[in-house]
Design a protein around this ligand. Structure first.
Ligand code: SF4
Ligand code: SF4
Length: 327
């Protein structure tokens, strides 16, 4: 591609990165930095390169390396919207490495309820694939009047955004109309949180872990010997509020949490959309799990994300359960 054919940054994108001071604080929480030690593959490297005249095309490898965990944005002193910047740049490049929808794996959907009721549970692809976990979560959330809904369309839109494909306005209109009666979303897929808040600012969006931990029977079952593994994408999308929420859970239970020294949640990076589009991000999830488990002496591991469970089960010397299985 000639330099003149390369997509150039828009003013909107420019305003997102020009406040970066290059302080490098974000490197400490970035899984790509931890595993590659290549600053050019991090948001710090991307913003500095853009400030110095690089084009998005020249940053293609760097943009694809990112797992969009948002840990960098949570610790950034100038509060740069790092995930928004990366997804905007991917969209600019139109990084179409997602397979067409027809080729995506069947999600094993076992329910088909219309969006109804004021509280709606969006289980996402990974939970829908695990019938036992899905049924357990559904039983628990029913106590709080949150009912599960078919969410394939929303998951597809999120996977597209992740891959650099902007949603069609008609898709969003359809969603808005389907969810007009909803007041609160309980959302398992962390990447969706920020977009649901942007699309529906008047509605409440909380993560699955938060919704379950608010149930007394679940909160009481978390013990001092437990290591609780937070789903990183949802946590970082509402970081200031959730730091306080998870702190109170930790203090009440006496357990430990999968947060780093900067209070960011250590991302595992094993997300369904990443796997589905065959994205070879630079993050080895097993290595992330080893980091989380390193030198911790715990009796049990409790994970929020179903996507993370298999890797923890492979690597943890102690029992691993999903938060919905807490007893
Ligand atoms: S922490 Fe923020 S300001 Fe500092 S280098 Fe990273 S993105 Fe830039
Ligand atoms: S979103 Fe995560 S992987 Fe991407 S640059 Fe930030 S910390 Fe690194």
């Amino acid at each position: 591609m000639n330099k003149t054919d390369m997509p150039m940054v828009t003013e909107g994108i420019k305003s997102r990165y020009e406040t970066c001071t290059g302080c490098g604080v974000c490197l400490l929480s970035c899984p790509v930095w931890r595993q590659t030690r290549d600053v050019m593959l991090t948001v710090c490297g991307r913003t500095r390169a853009l400030q110095n005249g690089s084009s998005p095309e020249e940053l293609r490898d760097s943009l694809n390396a990112c797992v969009l965990c948002g840990a960098c944005g949570s610790v950034c002193p100038v509060e740069l919207d790092t995930v928004g910047l990366t997804t905007e740049l991917r969209a600019l490049l139109n990084v179409k490495n997602a397979p067409p929808r027809s080729e995506r794996a069947a999600t094993g959907t076992t329910f088909r309820k219309a969006f109804s009721g004021s509280k709606v549970f969006l289980p996402g692809m990974a939970v829908r694939k695990n019938e036992q976990i899905f049924q357990g979560i559904t039983r628990l959330l029913e106590q709080d009047n949150a009912l599960p809904s078919a969410d394939d369309d929303i998951s597809d839109i999120a996977a597209d955004i992740e891959a650099g494909v902007r949603p069609e306005p008609k898709q969003l209109e359809k969603l808005a109309s389907a969810m007009s009666g909803v007041t609160e979303f309980v959302v398992a897929e962390g990447f969706l949180h920020r977009y649901l808040r942007a699309w529906f600012p008047e509605k409440k969006v909380i993560g699955l872990g938060e919704a379950l931990l608010r149930l007394p029977e679940i909160a009481k079952a978390l013990k001092p010997g437990d290591l609780y593994v937070i789903e990183a994408r949802g946590y970082h999308s509402d970081y200031k509020r959730l730091v306080k929420f998870y702190d109170s859970v930790r203090l009440q239970a006496g357990c430990t949490m999968s947060t780093s020294l900067q209070r960011a949640a250590i991302p595992v990076g094993a997300t369904e959309p990443q796997k589905q589009r065959g994205c070879s991000s630079r993050v080895d999830s097993s290595e992330q799990v080893r980091w989380i488990l390193d030198r911790r002496k715990v009796d049990r591991v409790v994970v929020e994300s179903v996507e993370d469970m298999g890797i923890f089960k492979n690597l943890s010397p102690v029992n691993v359960i999903h938060v919905s299985e807490l007893r």
